[in-house]
Design a protein around this ligand. Sequence first.
Ligand code: NAI
Length: 315
Amino acid sequence: AGSELRYDGQTVVVTGAGGGLGKAYAVFFGSRGANVVVNDLGGSFKGEGTSSKAADVVVDEIKKAGGKAVANYDSVEFGEKIIDTAIQNFGRVDILINNAGILRDVSFKNMKDADWDLINQVHVKGAYKCARAAWPHFRKQKYGRVINTASAAGLFGSFGQTNYSAAKLAQVGFTETLAKEGAKYNIIANVIAPIAASRMTETVMPPDVLENLKPDWVVPLVAVLTHSSNKSESGSIFEVGGGHIAKLRWERSKGALCKADETFTPGSILAKWADVNDFSKPEYPDGPANFLELLEQAKQLPSNPPAEKLDFTGK
Ligand code: NAI
């Protein structure tokens, strides 16, 4: 249709595009006029081995459908090489989808440094290296769109995934700061927590559930967020999968305000524990509490009464 979102003349880098979600993004952008860099290291979902095949197959598919694509087989840890592939082949980079990822699930009790380090190398360092290499181009052309990939595991925690959870929530802070630093240069960054059938989830979810979680159904949100018509949605967190899209944000409780004097003891906090937990009049902040103002307000308060009962009921 004439109203479909298109990306003609733009170059999109999709990391981990040899399968799963990354492939769905790459094929989509290839079908909508973009030049696509299909990056994939081609290893196992645990991050073992390498192969050029994963990326090649997707490049072939895009080309056969009449699109423009080139493969890159570097690990995202060497993001500068991936961005270089975009510049060498297409002369520019406009959109970066940080999607590559692996799992090293193991209970925290049995976590080894190698499990921790590899997850952080791929997810945290990988997203950093790709974005860092694209950044000067984005700034110079005053245009850039970034998608980083978090996970429900990062947002909510997930048994056996301390390494992955830590690396995935890191994407949120990373994105929020990129959005702030990029705003002046028309660089827009958002983070998604997707859910989709892939080799990563096929062992943990039943087939009938996976059937309803096609990677293709994560694509429309990514398409909207990375399109030039998105000029304001930045620094946001989205949950997306199976046709459902929702935004997440921070919520701040009313909070306890205590006078900061010699009566401000651990017990005085317990006396106001209910206020710490009071979400009846929440704020939805995009920055820290205004502590200077709160400090002034607290000065007007009487000294803190000693807690009558030292427990967490707050009553
Ligand atoms: P997938 O395993 O099908 O795709 C990940 C791709 O990244 C693979 O093709 C793999 O070869 C590639 N890759 C791995 N390490 C790489 C590296 N160092 N350099 C370059 N490429 C590398 O898995 P899926 O599900 O498509 O995952 C995509 C992203 O979405 C990941 O970041 C994952 O953590 C995230 N995610 C997926 C969820 C899901 O339900 N499928 C849930 C939450 C997050």
